[in-house]
Design a protein around this ligand. Sequence first.
Ligand SMILES: Cc1cc2nc3c(=O)[nH]c(=O)nc-3n(C[C@H](O)[C@H](O)[C@H](O)COP(=O)(O)OP(=O)(O)OC[C@H]3O[C@@H](n4cnc5c(N)ncnc54)[C@H](O)[C@@H]3O)c2cc1C
Length: 666
Amino acid sequence: MATWHEYVQKNGKVPEWPYPTNYGKVNEVVTDVLVIGGGVAGLQAAINAVKKGAKVAVAERGHAKRSGSGGAGVDHWHGAVTNPCSTVTPEMYTKACYDSMQGWTGGHVRYIITKESWDTLLDCENMGIQIRDVRDEFKGAEFRDDKTKLMFAYDYKSRHIIRVWGWNIKSRLYEEAKRLGVDIFNRMMPTGLLTAGGKQGGRVIGATAVNTRTGEFFVFRSKATVICTGGAGRLYLFDPEITASGSMSDLNSAGVGQALGWNVGAEFVCMEGSGPGRLSGYAYAPYSMANAHNTYHGSPIVDADGKEVPWVDAFNRPIKDVTGRFLPSEGQDFILGEGIGISRYLEQYRNNDLVHDLPERIRKGEFKLPLYADLTRLSEAERRCIFGMMVGNEGKTRVPIYLTMTGAGFDPDKDLFQAPVTMLEGYAHANFWGAGINTPPTVRSPGGGGFLLDWNLRTNLEGLYAAAGGTIYGGGCHGESHTTGRYAGKHAAEYAKTAPELVADKRQIEAEKERAYNATRQSKGGNGWKEINVAIARIMRDYCGRHKNETTLNLGLRLLKELRETELASAYASNPHELGRLLECHSLIDVGELVIKASLSRKASNTILDFHRLDYPEMDPPEWNKLLPIRQENNQAKVRDLPLDFHLKAPYASDYEENYRRYSGH
Ligand SMILES: Cc1cc2nc3c(=O)[nH]c(=O)nc-3n(C[C@H](O)[C@H](O)[C@H](O)COP(=O)(O)OP(=O)(O)OC[C@H]3O[C@@H](n4cnc5c(N)ncnc54)[C@H](O)[C@@H]3O)c2cc1C
């Protein structure tokens, strides 16, 4: 049967659930290290834990061969500052991130990333991922080092961001994990973490999960657990009709990892931070329209008459030639690069860009719509590198963009590539395809908060580690996720070597099992997961949006609680897939409560967190220049104060290198 329509027309009905269903059947898995989330961070954690001699299991929501935001590829790898061509040191890079964010990022996480990112990339090369121009396709190009054959992005002088042929990175990690004997359990929806004595705040000793194909119940018993589940998409927006959360982020990343940690007493910071939901799915398919940002950085943008839009440096000075778009300008240390979980940049690290007043210039008639990327104005090497090498390897671009466009006859040597025709404000940022202009201003995306980790990338709970971009405070993008996964996996394995095996609490397992199957026992008239998810997102947008006060936040908490106790409690799942999605709704409510409680705790507004309390309108009062770690104890939120630079204060040493020496295991 070729298509869905043919099937339905022939049979007159939709297909039956295709897998045998065994609700309640219990499977037990005993392992040293359990990794929850088999994305790039999770598979790196698993590979590196198994290399340390641990027995490792991965519980993945989708299928680990292609799952996650990194599952469809990558074209540039950040933070590889120790590569032989780089002029940037880990100290310089960490300072650039930390100072740009005015201290609102985990400096220790950044330092670990920059110390090990290049080594992690070399590991990937050994797994069969191409990181060099081995076929000499770009020999002699400005962005290539002819000795090492490495190719660089954004900053051709400082050479710390590496262009990679990463379309197959996920499948190679998956094959490596399988080769090393990691047990990968796909289609797992975790319901809860197991703790010593079943108590909140106790050592984490495993997890329970439901298989979303068979409905079977899984009990994972582990000595150490690493959470790598990505971010909390779908918290502020869910609408399957507009591709919504599926545009950039991963539909499966529904904040479940954070909810698992929150429920057992793990500490989080900056969960009150958020930003505009720019890449939420109201715009265009990722990288599918002309722009001059990220993968397309440096592309010449011309108007309908062929007039080229000028470029400016970080200090708003004109850039004269194409080469200048890829070089730091006078007064800059180096260019940090974009897409690393940093929302603010000091001028000395900021990217070169299209003129910032482009919307105004279009309004005044200086440029005529539509705009186009005219790649013919680039050198052949630069053109083929952007539309070919990079667009051919970037996430979600190889098949839908590169192969589709070239298959339809697009030739960057002679054709113009059109930018979206949109409201003028949409041209204020060089990423035209993801211009937030189409997204309602009420749609937010979680902004930089996550698990609070120590120098071992361990949470406050014994046995519980975390890694990756969206899951942790201080994470970044692709390379950073691999690197933190690698580091956390090693530490979890080390811990597991000497950690005693504990017997899981039977009552905790039974309670999880009871809760997990609730939706299968409800009336068929109950709501489905989509309705519940839409309601959660609406509550978050209305009551915990950009502007909030004590009253709206408390109302939001009340509505989430009522939703959980009424519509969600009586929601119906007709198969294990729907059950998994409904269980995600429980997690989304947990994370929503965490975000709202964190928002209630910060009685001040904050620029970097884009956090606006109408009842505390003063921006950045100095006494609130601190982290507010939040956790649950006896189901009550407990909040404490922590300095932004806690990672350089006792019990830690006061400098990065000394801490790295002490904790990294090197
Ligand atoms: C289109 C696109 C292009 C990108 N390009 C770049 C780039 O060029 N350079 C760059 O640095 N970054 C890039 N990024 C960002 C980068 O891909 C992410 O930062 C990175 O993948 C994050 O890795 P991760 O392992 O933390 O999360 P993910 O890769 O999203 O993996 C999370 C994993 O957890 C699983 N999971 C989720 N929930 C559960 C659950 N409840 N139980 C079990 N498992 C669960 C998911 O299925 C997934 O496998 C891009 C992202 C996208 C979407």
